[in-house]
Design a protein around this ligand. Structure first.
Ligand code: FES
Length: 103
């Protein structure tokens, strides 16, 4: 249940963008930063459920496309003054492949 799964090539995720993976509990957004780190969060903003995968990545954050909340990619927490947290999952890059471990 906690196994790592190979999802796609790193190049399949646009830099500063994302790719959505359908999981049993709902969609997960895989984000790629400018320096090719990958993070995974439930694709659901903690504010009103906006699709974070359609947001813009800047640094270690993504901006929700609905109302502009900033969400930290490392921990899924909203940046103050907003308050909330989206579930994160472990993701890593190995030999050019993106691996995901769903929490
Ligand atoms: S739903 Fe994301 S900021 Fe409102």
């Amino acid at each position: 249940m906690s196994d790592w799964k190979s999802i796609c090539a790193l190049e399949d995720i646009p830099r500063l963008g994302s790719r959505v993976v359908e999981a049993a509990a709902g969609p997960i957004a895989l984000f790629r930063t400018a320096d090719d780190r990958v993070f995974a969060l439930d694709d659901r903003c903690p504010h009103k459920g906006g699709p974070l995968s359609q947001g813009i990545v800047a640094g270690d954050r993504v901006t929700c496309p609905l109302h502009g909340w900033l969400i930290g990619l490392e921990d899924g927490s909203a940046v103050a003054p907003d308050v909330g947290c989206v579930k994160r999952h472990e993701a890593r890059v190995e030999a050019g492949r993106v691996l995901l471990r769903i929490s």
